[in-house]
Design a protein around this ligand. Structure first.
Ligand code: GAP
Length: 459
């Protein structure tokens, strides 16, 4: 049986992965802060993604665009007109809900799009009525009409607060890529097919943030826009399906916990020829982890129209200008981190006692090497070792408490190797290296430790 939400949230708080945001002030609805271990895990996830999709790919280029953009970007992209959720109020208890969430709850599904995409407000209301769906708070059936609620956070730039100064916090990193398409292809001399990758914060004023870090109002995305010739776009889409799925296995997600879900025609945006979600088996059910969309030339043609700038690609061989099609793999960092915690969580029994182990891969583990000493006398040696190993690894010097408890703590936070300086070290110049999953212990000479660990951490 997999881990429950309570097991994961309690471990995350107790061990310093994730804390409630603004906790000492009573929190702020579903905001979360990443603690010392959480930020390491998050950075390792982002590095793993960057390495695979930017460093190791000669035709994918990195970008870090501004969060605040000209408001026209969001008019062109369709977010000002169409990026909204259906809002409904209960007249009886005055609570407010997402109408599609009420419907999804009725079906016991987390993914609202799967249930309600393609339904307009009128059809959605009719479904709530057909199924006699009640207010989850007061149990009455006295709902208002459905209104649309734009999900973008608005603010004003500068000292005036009028429509000229209106700016939005970006709801996706993707548009920063589209508006830089020409800059990147000219400066990098890129040839189609090529991609642009970006990692960054996105903000959505979600009506129902829920399930810990699964759905929040502030989150991080890792997005790629892959520009290709229209004739090859469907085959590129298929290649990306496989690439994304394989990457999730490579990062350590257990295969039985993920599946591909192709969107039905009624779920597709009007410009999309195909969309596939990679879903993860969260404790509340299958939920979208990674969205892969064929966006056609929708975004570039919209920006070309609204900005008045020619955004076509020039194919020198064919002596032709055209707007490329785009394949977009879009992955949430926070959602992936949550999936990794669920996937890595294990419990077993050692000497009649429960042991919790986070089986994260060596590369992802927030602490890669724990350095322990048995008595105060050995602290100096352990300290020296920690200083040396911290050049190559994230280390944690852990010198007090019973050795068993220290091993348990490191198992629970996913530290793959613990190195213990013990009573014999002074005489034989050896330390004990313990492996998290097998709990096997091996004596290794201090002069061999670097090489030994290097071997352990080889990909
Ligand atoms: N540019 C396309 C795009 O943003 P999306 O399906 O809305 O597509 C992509 O989002 C990914 O971002 C999702 O698969 C999910 O991993 C993550 N994501 C979206 N909304 C989120 C939220 N409110 N909280 C956490 N992660 C979210």
């Amino acid at each position: 049986m997999g881990a429950s939400f309570t097991q994961i949230t309690s471990l995350a708080k107790r061990r310093g992965f994730i804390f409630q945001g603004s906790e000492i002030y009573g929190g702020l609805a579903n905001t979360w802060d990443y603690g010392p271990l959480g930020v390491e895990l998050k950075n390792n996830i982002k590095n793993f993604w960057w390495k695979k999709f930017v460093q190791k790919r000669s035709n994918i280029f990195g970008l870090d665009s501004a969060i605040l953009m000209n408001a026209k970007v969001w008019e062109a992209s369709g977010h000002v007109g169409g990026f909204s959720d259906p809002l409904i109020d209960c007249r009886s208890c005055k609570n407010r809900f997402r109408a599609d969430k009420l419907l999804a709850d009725y079906y016991n599904k987390e993914d609202m799009a799967e249930i309600s995409e393609g339904l307009d407000a009128h059809e959605l209301l009719a479904k709530l009525s057909d199924y006699q769906i009640k207010c989850p708070i007061c149990g009455k059936r006295d709902f208002t009409e459905i209104r649309t609620f734009n999900l973008m956070f608005q603010t004003h730039q500068g000292v005036t607060q009028d429509s000229q100064s209106l700016v939005y916090l970006r709801p996706e990193t993707a548009q920063g890529i589209f508006v830089n398409f020409k800059n990147i292809y000219h400066s990098s001399r890129a040839k189609i097919p090529f991609g642009v990758a970006q990692i960054g914060k996105a903000f959505r004023n979600e009506i129902s943030p829920s399930n810990f870090i699964f759905r929040t109002r502030e989150f991080e995305q890792m997005e790629i826009e892959y520009f290709c010739h229209p004739d090859n776009s469907l085959s590129e889409f298929k290649i990306w399906q496989k690439t994304c799925y394989q990457w999730l296995l490579d990062i350590g997600i257990r295969p039985e916990l993920i599946k591909l879900r192709e969107h039905e025609a009624k779920e597709l945006s009007h410009y999309s020829q195909a969309t596939t979600d990679i879903e993860f088996a969260f404790p509340f059910g299958w939920g979208e982890l990674w969205g892969l969309a064929h966006r056609g030339d929708y975004d570039l043609s919209q920006h070309q129209k609204v900005s008045g700038k020619d955004l076509r690609y020039f194919d020198a061989l064919a002596n032709k200008h055209y707007l490329p099609h785009v394949i977009e793999p879009s992955l949430g960092v926070d959602r992936l981190l949550l999936a990794l915690l669920f996937s890595a969580y294990h419990e077993d029994e050692v000497d009649g006692e429960k042991r919790t182990v986070l089986k994260l891969s060596n590369r992802l583990a927030p602490i890669q090497v724990g350095i322990l000493s048995l008595t105060k006398k050995q602290i100096l040696v352990a300290q020296k070792l920690a200083d040396k190993l911290s050049d190559d690894y994230m280390v944690d010097l852990d010198v007090s408490g019973s050795i068993g408890k220290r091993y348990r703590r490191h198992d629970e936070i996913g530290t793959p190797y613990c190195v213990t300086v013990d009573f014999e070290t002074e005489q034989d110049q050896q330390v004990t290296v313990r492996h998290r999953d097998t709990m096997e212990q091996k004596r290794v000479g201090l002069d061999q430790l670097g090489v030994y660990l290097e071997e352990c951490f080889k990909e």
